[in-house]
Design a binder for this molecule. Structure first.
Ligand SMILES: Nc1ncnc2c1ncn2[C@@H]1O[C@H](COP(=O)(O)OP(=O)(O)O)[C@@H](O)[C@H]1O
Ligand SMILES: N[C@@H](CCOP(=O)(O)O)C(=O)O
Length: 331
C-alpha cells in the first residue's frame, strides 16, 4: 500500500481549490507504487468529472522536482501521452502538502502490460521516438543522475558484496563503458531529455475492440539529459527480454526498433553503439539493484528488485553482443 503520508479530503480540497480543479468528490489511496504516496482523486468542475493523481514525494525535494514536472508538462503540451502536472496562478507545479512536496497530474486510463507482445512494443517504440523529438525544445538541463559518473562512484561501494566472478564482470563492464564514453562517436550521439526508466510498469494501455492502445508513459523521476539511444536500450532491456532467462526476445526487439526507427530513423553511429548501450543499460540497473539490495537507505520504504536478473541480462548482452537480424530489420 503506497500511502506513507495520509491526506484528508479537506487537505486535498484546499489544494484542488488553489489549482481551480473544482470540488473533490472522491479521494482514494493508490495501492500500487513503492516510493511515493499516491492518491487517485476525482473532481467535479462545471458539471464534468475529471480524474487526477495527487502525489506526495517521499524522496525527491522541492528543489529537485521542477525539472521532472516541467518536462512532463512540456511533453504533454507537445502531444506526448504523459500525465500533465497542474500549475497554479503563478505557474508553480510543486506544492506543500503535509510538509511534503506534492503535485497533481491527470490520471491516465488503462493498465500496465506485464507480458508485452510485438504490438505493445511497436506502440511504445513509436511514442518513445516521438517523445525524444518533442524533448528537443525543452530547455532546462539536468544530467541523467544515474549515468556514468554515478556508476563510477557506486561500483566501488557494492564491490565488497560481490563474488569474484561478479567483481570481474562489473569492473570490466565499467572500464568498457568509460572507454565507450570517451569515443568521439559517442560524444556526437544525439541527446536530450530521456525517461531513463521506461519499464513495463511505467506504461499504461487501454483495450479497445480487444486490441491494446497505448494510453501513456508515467514515472519520469529518473529522467535527465542523456543519449536517445541509451533510452532505447533501457527499453529493449525490459520490453524485449525474457524475465526468466534474461534472453533477448527477438520478435519484440524487432518490433520495438522498427517502429522507433520509423518515427526517428536511427543514425549509423547510434546503430553502431546500440550493443554498447544495451550493456550500459544492463549495468545501470544491475548496479542500482545491487545498491538498493546491499545498502538499503535508512528507513527506506523501497522493496529491492532482484539484482541477479540484470546480471543475467548483462552477461547475455556481453556474450551475444547483438541480435544482428534485429538491427538489419530496421535498416
Ligand atoms: N498519472 C497516472 N495515471 C494513472 N495511474 C497512475 C498515474 N501515476 C501513477 N499511477 C498509478 O500509481 C501506481 C504507482 O505509481 P508510481 O509512479 O509507480 O509510484 P512509485 O513512484 O511510488 O513507485 C502506478 O503503478 C500506476 O498504477
Ligand atoms: N525500474 C527499476 C526500478 C525503478 O523504480 P520505479 O518503481 O520507480 O520504476 C528497476 O526495475 O530496477
Amino acid at each position: 500500500m503506497a500511502v506513507y503520508t495520509e491526506v484528508s479530503l479537506s487537505e486535498a480540497q484546499a489544494l484542488f481549490k488553489q489549482l481551480k480543479l473544482g470540488h473533490v468528490t472522491s479521494l482514494k489511496g493508490c495501492a500500487g507504487g513503492i516510493e511515493n504516496t499516491n492518491y487517485f482523486a476525482s473532481a467535479e468542475l462545471e458539471g464534468q468529472t475529471h480524474d487526477y493523481v495527487l502525489t506526495l514525494f517521499e524522496r525527491l525535494s522541492f528543489e529537485q522536482l521542477p525539472f521532472y514536472l516541467q518536462l512532463m508538462k512540456h511533453l504533454a503540451q507537445h502531444g506526448i501521452a504523459v500525465p500533465e502536472p497542474t500549475a497554479n496562478d503563478k505557474g508553480a507545479l510543486v506544492f506543500d502538502v503535509k510538509s511534503k512536496p506534492a503535485a497533481v497530474v491527470n490520471k491516465l486510463s488503462g493498465a500496465s502490460e506485464l507480458a508485452p507482445t510485438p504490438e505493445h512494443c511497436a506502440q511504445v517504440g513509436a511514442m518513445l521516438a516521438r517523445m525524444h523529438l518533442a524533448g528537443r525544445s525543452f530547455e532546462p538541463q539536468q544530467p541523467n543522475l544515474r549515468g556514468l559518473s554515478w556508476w563510477n562512484d557506486t561500483v566501488p561501494v557494492v564491490l565488497p558484496y560481490l563474488t569474484q566472478a561478479q567483481k570481474a564482470l562489473i569492473t570490466q563492464e565499467l572500464a568498457y563503458q568509460n572507454h565507450v564514453a570517451a569515443l568521439s562517436s559517442y560524444a556526437a550521439l544525439p541527446r536530450g531529455p530521456i525517461h531513463a526508466d521506461l519499464f513495463r510498469d511505467n506504461v499504461l494501455f487501454d483495450t479497445v475492440n480487444h486490441a491494446p492502445v497505448l494510453s501513456g508513459f508515467f514515472d519520469f523521476y529518473f529522467a535527465g539529459i542523456d543519449t536517445w539511444i541509451f533510452d532505447l536500450a533501457v527499453c529493449l532491456n525490459d520490453w524485449c527480454i525474457d524475465l526468466e532467462t534474461g534472453k533477448n526476445n527477438a520478435q519484440n526487439a524487432h518490433s520495438f526498433i522498427a517502429s522507433y526507427n520509423q518515427e526517428r530513423p536511427l543514425l549509423a553511429a547510434e546503430r553502431a553503439l546500440l550493443p554498447a548501450m544495451l550493456r550500459a543499460g544492463a549495468l545501470r540497473f544491475w548496479l542500482s539493484r545491487l545498491w538498493d539490495f546491499h545498502l538499503p537507505r535508512e528507513a527506506s520504504m523501497l522493496q529491492a528488485h532482484d539484482p541477479s536478473h540484470f546480471e543475467r541480462v548483462l552477461t547475455q548482452r556481453v556474450s551475444h553482443l547483438l541480435d544482428f537480424d534485429t538491427l538489419a530489420a530496421c535498416a
